[in-house]
Design a protein around this ligand. Structure first.
Ligand SMILES: C=CC1=C(C)c2cc3[nH]c(cc4nc(cc5[nH]c(cc1n2)c(C)c5CCC(=O)O)C(CCC(=O)O)=C4C)c(C)c3C=C
Ligand SMILES: [Fe+2]
Length: 392
């Protein structure tokens, strides 16, 4: 594992201009207050990387990669490394300082009282139908979501406006059918509270914050609160088990910018959990849930387990090196292995949903697979969402 400055971790797909920061200012404003607190980064790095350590150990993991990167790093490991490490976590945690000078970062060794924060990152969602179009604008204005060639970047905002207006009616229908808004904020807040309680029960008092990428509370707001609370060390946990450029990558990019531009934050030691789809606890809890639900069927062994993942455009994987598909497939494999070890040998399928626009997305598509399964005579199906921690 390495300490690294964020500025040195830019992935190949980083666009040079982050238009999103200004995009978000259209719907959110925040003021910056600078507080300077000396920190002690290196010891924290060690605490966090011991799985047996009580220091937030279950949020962290061993890393076997020599480098860390903003890209979730698992594709810095060879496939053989990956296989050998099944069941263990690898390449998921990096401790980064959001500034330029790593040497300076390590020299700040006289700490005041440490105050640890955990920042949960999520997508955010419209709370009312009125919010849907501006939420969609924020989403499509993200250059990690609509990936335009550099020459056409000036079109990002006009396109975001156009697509958000065109998409809004369909999106609104979806949100109307689930009560008129996204439950993401409420569920994420509940998870933040549960995490705080669980850590406190282990005698690890932390402040837990929620930062959303496209709606309130925005990541910028969470970071302002982190500063007001004078947090001295931060663990960043994106609530997506699998890394994608469009989710964890995008959220980390926003953090990178905020931290780089701020004197106090740029000196803060930060651990980022880039992906955790293969963590034993996660795999086991998914298998537990599936087993419990299967038992509700009259013939559990005949049920098809249907893993439903959010898709990404194929170009993310094939051209930009997004590890999302590989991580998703490995995740499903591990869950099914865990079930097999318990004697649960059901058939399973993975399909991708939520296509937007005319480009090719990861296949097979959910709607097509469902029809095929029906044609094959599959009578019972257990749908298992595997896209984000809040989607269960
Ligand atoms: C247009 C490109 C999109 C990409 C790429 C994408 C990746 C991606 N998204 C999630 C998780 C969620 N997405 C959600 C909503 C949503 N996503 C897109 C578009 C892309 N997502 C849109 C347009 C929307 C809005 C709804 C709609 O109109 O379909 C949500 C729900 C949020 C909520 O309101 O509760 C989640 C969760 C992942 C995991 C992912 C890449 C792997
Ligand atoms: Fe999405």
């Amino acid at each position: 594992m390495a300490c690294a400055s964020f500025s040195k971790l830019n992935a190949p797909w980083s666009p040079p201009i982050d238009q999103h920061s200004s995009a978000k200012r259209l719907v959110s404003s925040s003021s910056t207050r600078l507080v300077s607190v000396p920190t002690r980064a290196v010891t924290y790095l060690h605490d966090l990387s011991k799985p047996s350590s009580q220091a937030l150990a279950y949020l962290s993991s061993y890393s076997t990669c020599k480098r860390i990167g903003i890209a979730g790093a698992s594709y810095l490991c060879s496939p053989a490394q990956k296989r050998n490490l099944v069941g263990k976590t690898f390449c998921t945690v990096g401790v980064s300082k959001y500034g330029e000078n790593v040497a300076e970062y390590q020299s700040h060794s006289h700490a005041t009282e440490d105050k640890v924060g955990v920042l949960l990152l999520n997508l955010g969602g419209p709370e009312t139908l009125h919010d849907v179009q501006p939420f969609l604008f924020n989403l499509f204005a993200d250059p990690d979501i609509i990936r335009l060639p550099r020459l056409f970047r000036f079109l990002q905002w006009p396109l975001a406006k156009l697509i958000s207006v065109l998409r809004a009616p369909k999106s609104k229908e979806g949100y109307a059918s689930i009560g008129g808004g996204s439950p993401l904020r409420k569920i994420t807040n509940e998870q933040a509270h549960a995490l705080k309680m669980a850590l406190e029960a282990k005698n690890l008092p932390v402040n837990v914050y929620v930062g959303m990428r496209y709606w309130y509370p925005f990541t910028e707001e969470a970071v302002q609160q982190i500063k007001r609370d004078r947090i001295t060390r931060l663990v960043v946990l994106p609530l997506y088990p699998q890394f994608s450029i469009s989710t964890t990558g995008s959220s980390i990019r926003v953090l990178e910018r905020i931290f780089r531009e701020d004197a106090y934050l740029s000196r803060m030691p930060v651990s980022i959990i880039r992906s955790w789809y293969q963590r034993e606890g996660y795999i086991k809890s998914m298998a537990d849930l599936i087993q419990k639900e299967l038992e509700k069927f009259s013939n559990p062994e005949e049920v098809m387990i249907f893993f439903s993942a959010h898709g990404v455009p194929v170009s993310y994987v094939e051209n930009a090196g997004d590890p999302y598909k590989d991580q998703m497939e490995e995740c499903i494999y591990l869950i099914m292995q865990n079930l097999k070890d318990r004697g649960v040998g059901n058939d399973h399928t993975l399909a991708y949903q939520s296509r937007v626009g005319p480009v090719q997305w990861l296949k097979p598509y959910t709607d097509e697979v469902l029809v095929e399964l029906g044609q094959k005579g599959v009578k019972s199906l257990l749908a298992v969402p595997v896209r984000c921690m809040t989607c269960y």
